[in-house]
Design a protein around this ligand. Sequence first.
Ligand code: HEC
Ligand code: HEC
Length: 80
Amino acid sequence: MRRRIPRGVRVATLSLVLLFALTMFPACGGGDDQPPAIPHSTTQTDDAYCLGCHQSGAGGAKVTPHPTRTGCVSCHKPQS
Ligand code: HEC
Ligand code: HEC
């Protein structure tokens, strides 16, 4: 005979696993306040240079959620 796990138990287990994951990795749970590092080389560091790509999304760059901020590199650290 096939053993059946009650649906309610499955849902509860899944919820617990999810909750655990979100607690261990807050970055996945939204409300992420850590500015992502700059994954590409930066030949300049002025805001206009950054916005040249990140305001419009030119060349596949992600559109910044905060185009009016100044001092991009004070939060977003170049990686090299
Ligand atoms: C020539 C266009 C261009 C310029 C100029 C540019 N970027 Fe980018 N940026 C990109 C592209 C394309 C990506 C995504 C592809 C990648 O990872 O390289 C990216 C990715 C990023 C990311 C990662 C976003 C994420 O969610 O992981 C950050 C942060 C970032 N750039 C910040 C900056 C800052 C700060 C500057 C100014 C110093 C800047 N960029 C200048 C094109 C540009
Ligand atoms: C006060 C700190 C701060 C400044 C200044 C700042 N950022 Fe950010 N930025 C963040 C944080 C925190 C996040 C990630 C959370 C979010 O999306 O708001 C982020 C996210 C981003 C992303 C990723 C968006 C995505 O969809 O993943 C890009 C691109 C970006 N910023 C570009 C810029 C550019 C360009 C400037 C300068 C005009 C800038 N940021 C200035 C803090 C900052």
